[in-house]
Design a binder for this molecule. Sequence first.
Ligand SMILES: [Zn+2]
Length: 327
Amino acid sequence: MDSIAMCDQTPLHDLWQHLSKPVPVDLEAMWLTTLRLLIAQSSSEGVESMAKYLAEHVTLGYHEGLKDAAKMTGPRNPLLVERAGTARLTALMDKTRTRLEGVFGQMAKPLTDILDEGIRNGDDVERIALRLKQYLENDYGRVIKFNNIGKQYRQAWVNPDGTMAWRTKTIRFATTMSVDDYANLLADDVSKKAYSQGHVAGYESAGLKKWVYSAVADNCTRPEHLAMHGRVITVGTDEEEQALALMDEANCRCRPKPYFGNSDVDRSSSDYAQERVQAFEKIKGDYVTDGPWGKFIEDSISHARREMRGKDQPEPAQPQAHVVSVG
Ligand SMILES: [Zn+2]
């Protein structure tokens, strides 16, 4: 299905018809109220059609994740894809719908702003209608203006020892994006999220309570994602939400892997730690030694080395102690 075709059919364009009809003077106030309702209704219809379109992508992504999880757990834990259920998928679609409502609300806002301003200035309906028409003609359906400056959002943060925390970030810039680009971005984004959720749902239905965060250990990997490589994550925890939030970041290639809790099958944590050290040693030249990432990498390496030696063994004397943030 083509997102571009879908966006062209946004119902708000029907307002054109409404704006072209002459309005008797005594009905002006009612006309303006009706128009406001129409805008609200149109934007909720827009949410509906976009949500329907995304649901197809999301369902596919979810089932891909489930199938891959089934392949990985199958030989030891026979997994029925049907048994996995759709709770994680539903939760994801609920979140996506909230996001869509925000965006469509934002798309409709300039129109209601024009209405409000016109009414405040005592402009006649003809003039207000003309301004609305101009807006629809020039901007609507082509671009979305995101002006969320000052709004806060949370981001998963990784410490060099692989523990995680939420950090609050503030949006500092306004952006404009074409509707088509936004539709494609959203489709990619939610499909990827659905894939991870499907994966984890597969493990759950195979009776596994934990999974392993697996990063691609090469020189494109972000240091904080690499620090997560080999971390065992418990299903249904805040930590899981943070790990999945990391995987949702743009261009992330990290994936969940099953954790069986059986040392015959699971790779040991010291194997993962060794891979982290090797990858960090390779990428550290790409970062300024004195900068925050240079320090992050040094701290991550010393944590990983400690893990390779085994946690109970004392650390050999170091000429220079590193300050290590844990928490
Ligand atoms: Zn990643």
